[in-house]
Design a protein around this ligand. Structure first.
Ligand SMILES: [Ca+2]
Ligand SMILES: [Ca+2]
Length: 990
């Protein structure tokens, strides 16, 4: 019964806790140094891929043997325990180590136990007997399945690692309600994610965005800006574990200031001989009021123990709706009277606009993954991996804008100079509709091979990646920019004082604002963001085993990587006047809305921001537009760098070559009778970068940069007590700036008169970091850990914003105002001076097995991170020091679960405090912040049969609002709310 249950837990967990004889008969490669039993057993269990339980008193004072080479798990276990008085005993679905003779311990009832291997004195013992079919209930205390097995597995990996890591494993990933791999990552201590349109899309570790993302230890290159992977398109179902390494070792590829995050995909020989699993779910989104679906399937087959083939696919088709409000920034002005004394007051801030947006999206995501694993000989392994992801998002949005001005009557300014209410006369009303699709595709191929000789181990790895995208949104693609026809005027009374996600707005006008025939074309906005990235890397690593005092082994290796990143962000803005020939059908000198091809107005989008308090227009004019029809009919050029004026200056074409060598020693020893393990090494990195682009449409340019670094690192781990480990780590690290920042490019945003410029001379971040952790594993599946970190950053990248006149652009007339564009606020990354990042993390997880039934099925996971930073960033408006952008000082995760034989419930809450998102100029309202936000997610599962279960998952259950502001919370810059998403269906594993 219990054995069957361990199989039903799923594909990924079969190897973790499915001790059905198969796992023990498998040949594995072992490299377990002699050490204290409390860590030796964990290292061994990790390498064996099985679950072994050993209680604290049993492990006390015992040292386990060195296990070296390829052999079956049973033989290896025998070697590990030879000469000790520890005996492996099978209890239900797990192996427990006991003293010989068995220690009497309430939780370790020996009655039902069967020895799985003879004591070390009898090496000729027969292989393990078949597992007990039914163990008595009192043995259940030590049979770890489901979430608990997963927590224990994560603990095992963390304890066995030579550096400071945090881990989440497949069973956990599968039981969390996550839509994509970024959301799974967010459950790990210190990892925070940013969301885009309701999906986790990017991440920081300990508040730091300069991290390295790997898939199976290789650079995870994708279609995003700078070559980033599109995490929102990667299904968690292909992942076996996520390992977040917070302190580096010399053999790890450089490039992380925060952490290296490795997504390990599932591999067949880690699973049972034949696994077939699948899932079908309905996907309900409550703002879109749409029922979509998602499904996944995995087949893994092993042919003997030498060849395994795995293939999986995940597909989803959903509709989502998002609401957002946006002021488009704030403007400092001297032309408004903010206290009613009839005299204008200098330095007040007024909102640029009131913009209401309703996004409707139809999304299809596909993730394909395959792996072939071949062991032609005991010591030799070959693996081929392939992953393909595609995200297609058809997005149309109603974008209702009221452009504000300095013509503000009855304005009230608060003590910060923020105009919090007033009546703006002669505002421009623009009911726009956008057609803005996004598509990301990426392919990652990998080959690796290992030969584990008795003295020398060799591994080689090569990979190729390609990612392409067209990202037209939000707001980056096609719209007809319409304005009221002559003689139509409107006034807007706006009030931010209630602190709602949308300010109160009262519009008065001499025309029907929701009548499309009252508007005419001012210009067309047609833009896109196109990426075409590719790269390959290769590495070779040698491990030489030694018996030279405490030095256990020496590792040396080399790695080469080439990345090519290309992006262009063309924007075409033809004016109405230039389109009269094709667009003015009746020859009256203007292009009215009914003359615009591909455009349909209507109120199909429904009410704006239902359920949010506030007195603002709910019934906004929306519609749809088809940009293909528009371009064809009006003869508009496709927005590509080569097709349109100023197109080429947006090109970022960066080629980056990195070559690295390293040497590292691994040691074990004792200090004052305490077991000490560790490693120390150095990595040499040389990086060459060529940034190509254009200064004007006809003037190509190129800039080269080269950097060399020596990066020493050391990790040490000391077992203070049997279940108490202290670790110290120190390293010099570099984090390359995002390739998106180092292109020769200039990208203007005409609407906001802002823009960005790349910097091809930007240097990597360099930092020296120190880490310490104290890890207490006080019970099975339970841990209490504390970590402290300090990073001295020698060269921050800072964004500098300055006012510029852009020749060829500033003098052009903005069709929405009739005035020249004038000055632009241009932001450029530059090398800054030094600073520090420091903080601590606390993590606690426990299975509440000591409680009376049924509460003993409860468990809790909680973690908290505090981060503080000192940077050279100065707020231009207040002259105060600013923290690192993206860093939330406080963040936490709280997960509670209940799991018994038939039912599982998991509730997860994530919260982070406010964070600086960008350094802004005082003239534009000051620096930008994201407000604190929490999100509640849950998942539940009912096991109908050992193979089939019902599943329900809910995301964003409280439908929490995301808010951003400038300088002070009342200077609201945006707010947004996404769907509550519910998935329900059936899953089966055979
Ligand atoms: Ca005044
Ligand atoms: Ca006309």
């Amino acid at each position: 019964m219990r054995v069957a249950r361990s199989w039903l837990l799923g594909t990924s967990v079969a190897a973790i806790c499915g001790i059905g004889g198969t796992a023990e008969a498998q040949t594995r490669r072992f490299d377990v140094p002699a050490q204290s039993a409390s860590t030796g057993v964990l290292v061994f269990a990790h390498q064996a891929g099985i679950q072994i339980l050993v209680s604290t008193p049993v492990a006390a004072g015992v040292r386990t043997n060195r296990v070296q080479g390829s052999m079956d798990v049973t033989a290896a276990l025998r070697m590990l325990l030879a000469g000790t008085d520890l005996v492996p005993v099978r209890t239900g679905g797990a192996i427990t180590l006991k003293r010989q003779p068995a220690i009497s311990h309430a939780a370790y009832t020996p009655a039902a136990d069967q020895p799985v291997a003879a004591p070390a004195e009898q090496p000729a013992a027969p292989p393990p007997a078949a597992p007990a079919e039914a163990a008595p209930d009192d043995a259940q205390d030590i049979v770890v399945t489901g979430i608990r097995a997963s927590l224990q597995q994560s603990i095992n990996v963390k304890r066995a690692a030579g550096n400071i890591v945090d881990v989440i494993t497949a069973q956990d990933i599968g039981k969390l309600p996550d839509q994509n791999v970024a959301e799974s990552m967010s459950r790990i201590t210190g990892v925070q994610i940013t969301r885009r349109e309701g999906d986790g899309s990017n991440f920081t570790v300990r508040g730091i965005s300069q991290n390295r993302l790997e898939i199976n230890g290789r650079t995870f290159l994708g279609p995003g800006a700078g070559g980033n992977a599109s995490l929102e398109s990667v299904s968690p179902e292909i992942i076996a574990s996520i390992v977040v390494a917070k302190s580096p070792t010399a053999d790890m590829p450089e490039g992380a200031l925060g952490a290296t995050v490795n997504l390990k995909t599932k591999r067949p020989l880690d699973l049972a001989d034949l696994v077939v699993s699948g899932r079908v779910q309905g996907a309900y989104t409550d703002q879109a009021k749409h029922l979509g679906y998602r499904g996944s399937a995995l087949v893994s087959k092993n042919f003997s123990d030498t060849l395994g083939v795995l293939a999986s696919a995940a597909y989803s088709n959903t509709h989502t709706r998002g609401y957002s409000f946006d002021t488009g920034g704030w403007t400092r002005t001297n032309n408004i009277d903010g206290n009613g004394d009839g005299v204008n007051d200098p330095g007040l801030f007024r909102p640029n606009r009131f913009m209401a947006r309703i996004f409707d999206r139809q999304e299809q995501r596909l993730t394909l993954n395959s792996s072939i694993q071949y062991r032609p000989a005991d010591q030799w392994e070959i693996i081929l991996d392939g992953t393909y992801t595609r995200l297609k998002r058809e997005r149309s949005s109603a974008n209702y804008q009221i452009l504000l001005n300095d013509n503000d009557m009855g304005a009230v300014a608060d003590e910060n100079g923020t105009v919090v209410s007033g009546t703006f006369n002669n505002v421009t009303v623009r009911p726009l509709v956008y057609d803005e699709p996004t598509e990301f595709r990426s392919t990652n191929l990998g080959f690796s091979t290992k030969y584990d000789g008795d003295i020398v181990k060799v591994s080689a790895d090569a990979s190729y990646s390609k990612g392409r995208g067209t990202d037209g949104g939000p707001g980056a693609s096609f719209a007809y920019v319409v304005v009221p026809r002559a003689g139509r005027t409107a006034n807007a009374t706006i009030d931010f004082t209630k602190g709602n996600p949308v300010p109160d707005l009262d519009l008065t006008s001499n025309f029907d604002l929701n009548d499309p025939s009252q508007y005419q074309l001012a210009s067309v906005f047609d833009g896109d963001n196109i990426t075409d990235n590719s790269g390959y890397d290769g590495r070779v690593d040698f491990t030489i085993l030694t018996d030279f005092g405490p030095l256990q082994s020496i590792q040396v290796g080399s790695r080469y990587e080439k990345i090519q990143f290309y992006s262009e962000s063309p924007q075409s803005l033809p004016t109405a006047a230039s389109l009269l020939g094709r667009g003015d059908l009746n020859g009256d000198g203007i292009i009215t809305v009914d003359e615009l091809p591909g455009l349909t107005y209507g109120n199909d989008q429904g009410s704006f921001y239902p359920g949010v308090d506030g007195d603002f227009p709910r019934d906004i004019l929306g519609g749809t537009v088809d940009k293909t029809v528009a371009r064809d009919t009006l003869g508009l050029p496709l927005p590509r760098a080569d097709n349109i004026p100023l197109g080429r200056v947006s090109i970022k074409d960066v080629e980056q070559d990195t070559l690295a060598f390293y040497a590292k020693g691994n040691f074990t020893g004792e200090i004052a009778g305490l077991a000490l393990t560790g490693n120390a090494g150095v990595r040499y990195v040389t990086l060459e970068r060529v940034s190509s682009g254009y200064l004007s449409d006809t003037q190509p340019t190129q800039a080269k940069a080269r950097f060399d670094y020596w990066l020493p690192s050391a990790n040490a781990s000391l077992d203070l007590r049997r279940n108490l480990t202290f670790r110290l780590a120190a390293a010099m690290v570099v984090a390359r700036p995002g390739l998106n920042d180092v292109g020769v490019s200039f990208i203007p945003l005409l609407v906001s008169r802002t823009g960005s410029r790349g910097n091809p001379t930007l240097r990597p971040f360099e930092a020296t970091q120190y880490d310490a952790t104290l890890e207490w594993y006080f019970a099975p599946s339970s841990a209490l850990t504390a970590a402290a970190f300090y990073k001295k950053v020698n060269s921050f990248t800072i964004n500098v914003t300055q006012s510029e006149t852009i020749v060829g652009l500033s003098e052009q007339i903005d069709p929405s105002t009739g005035q020249p564009y004038g000055q632009f606020q241009i932001t450029q990354p530059t090398n800054g001076s030094s600073g520090t990042i420091k903080g601590f993390e606390l993590a606690y997880q426990q299975s509440l097995r000591f409680l009376p039934a049924p509460f003993d099925n409860l468990g809790v996971q909680a973690n908290y991170t505090f981060v503080d930073s000192k940077t050279p960033l100065i707020d231009e408006a207040t002259q105060a020091a600013l923290p690192l952008p993206g860093l939330s000082k406080n963040s936490y995760n709280l997960i509670g679960f209940y799991e018994d034989k038939t039912f599982m419930l998991r509730v997860a809450y994530i919260w982070r405090s406010s964070s600086l998102t960008g350094q802004g100029s005082a003239a534009a309202g000051g620096s930008s912040y994201a407000a604190a936000r929490g999100q509640l997610d849950m998942s539940a599962q009912v096991n109908l049969t050992p193979n089939v279960r019902l599943t329900v998952e809910g995301i964003n259950l409280t439908r929490s609002v995301e808010r951003a502001y400038l300088q002070t919370p009342l200077r609201l810059s945006s707010s947004g709310r996404e769907d509550r998403r519910v998935f329900f269906g059936v899953a089966a594993t055979f």
